[in-house]
Design a protein around this ligand. Structure first.
Ligand code: ASP
Ligand code: MG
Length: 408
């Protein structure tokens, strides 16, 4: 007998009919003799509605009360799904996060899971019931209700799968898997059968927002086999798993991109120890996240320093940098908030040379100027002008033949 955790997102439970369809699917799986734990999100739009309601009440509600409020969305869905299951004679039992004892820290609205008590779920599973758990929510050590951040139901599902040592965690959503890139940009984009945790993290953090990033980190850490698939169409979706050394992987698995980037440059900075921290310290204190960082080789004892930030933080970061420029006696600050980042991702590049040159050649052929480059073991990113985003993605998709399944 296998144990599966199924997770259904907001659109999959968005209406009464859809909840009934989920109940049918779950009942079928249960009738196969498998043990099923279902994690559900709030009905689509519900979390946003609740947050808007809170804002009408108070400009900055406390995290504690916000969590009491937004956690109700998922509580509605677990009850409705259990009713739908009972209606088709499938035994089912609902749990809120605190009833399971999904213990979290006390960081309201972005809590982290510390421990899960699987006893009460086991009890119900052993009695032949489907267990239905509210996603996104937990409880801290003082019995306060907490939530796990937007998209947190994915993390609930993976954490339950880890705690129950489930055979697989299946995330049913409105897309049928993870694609080589965004099909809205490259219609030839192909669904991947398999992708590694590491690749998925790079793809997710770069804008392919299929799963909450934290859920992928969690799955990687506890080696939970994670599958993303459509709740509306048949198909096996994409399996996110560890790197299988027996199967040689494709060189490049996908192309990710980030639209909303900006870059800032400070020139004529005295080239002395401590300068990087003097430049980036105030930026971090202003709560601005820095992504790529490049420092040039010093000439005449001064150097240039460039970094990228999210476009929303551009003006704030620029103001900080201008202050630093005066303090350090640097030459000037310049910037550009019309840039994007395009990255190729693949564990296969670890063992293959020449990937970067293929990438740069393909971009050059189309006259796309590369403004910055950064690399990691499984990723090469370039910054280009935003007008080239679509073209760059398509050109790279072609250059690495991502529309074709690799036959190895
Ligand atoms: N309902 C929550 C949200 O909209 C959690 C989730 O759906 O995963 O962010
Ligand atoms: Mg989601």
């Amino acid at each position: 007998m296998a144990l599966y955790v199924y997770k259904f997102g907001g659109t999959s439970v968005g209406t009464v009919e859809r909840i009934k369809a989920v109940a049918d699917k779950v009942k079928k799986a249960h009738e196969q003799g498998d043990q099923i734990v279902v994690v559900v999100s709030a009905m689509s739009g519900e979390t946003n509605r609740l947050i808007a309601l809170a804002k009408e009440m108070q400009n900055q509600p406390t995290g504690r009360e916000l969590d009491v409020l937004v956690s109700t969305g998922e509580q509605v869905t677990v009850a409705l799904l259990c009713m739908a299951l009972h209606d088709v004679d499938c035994p089912a039992w609902s749990f809120t996060g605190s009833q399971v004892k999904i213990l979290t820290d006390s960081a309201f609205t972005k809590a982290r899971i510390r421990n899960i008590d699987s006893d009460r779920m086991r009890e119900q599973l052993d009695q032949g019931r489907v267990v239905v758990v509210a996603g996104f929510q937990g409880v801290d050590e003082f019995d306060n209700i907490t939530t796990l951040g937007r998209g947190g139901s994915d993390t609930t599902a993976v954490a339950l799968a880890a705690a129950l040592k489930a055979d697989e965690c299946l995330i049913f959503t409105d897309v049928d898997g993870v694609y080589t890139t965004d099909p809205r940009i490259e219609p030839k984009a192909r669904r991947l059968n398999r992708i590694t945790f590491e690749e998925m993290l790079e793809m997710a953090s770069l804008g392919s927002k299929v799963l909450q990033i934290r859920s992928v980190e969690f799955a990687g850490k506890y080696n939970v086999a994670l599958r993303v698939l459509s709740s509306f169409t048949e198909g096996l979706g994409t399996l996110i798993t560890y790197e299988d050394t027996k199967v040689e992987s494709a060189l490049i698995s996908g192309i990710a991109f980030n639209r909303d980037e900006a870059k800032l440059t400070i020139t004529g900075v005295p080239d002395k120890p401590g300068v990087a921290s003097k430049i980036l310290g105030p930026i971090a204190e202003a709560n601005v996240e820095v992504d790529m960082i490049v420092q040039n080789i010093a000439e005449d004892e001064t150097t240039d320093f460039t970094f990228t930030v999210h476009r929303n933080d551009y003006l704030r970061a620029k103001a900080e940098l201008e202050k630093t420029c005066v303090e350090l006696g640097a030459r000037k600050v310049s910037g550009d908030d019309g840039i994007v980042k395009v990255s190729i991702v693949g564990v296969g590049m670890r063992s293959h040379a020449g990937i970067a040159s293929t990438m740069f050649k393909a971009l050059a052929k189309e006259g796309i100027n590369i403004r910055m480059i950064s690399t990691s073991e499984i990723k090469i990113s370039v910054v280009v002008d935003e007008k080239y985003l679509e073209l760059a993605v398509r050109v790279l998709h072609d250059a690495f033949k991502l529309d074709q399944e690799t036959k190895l």
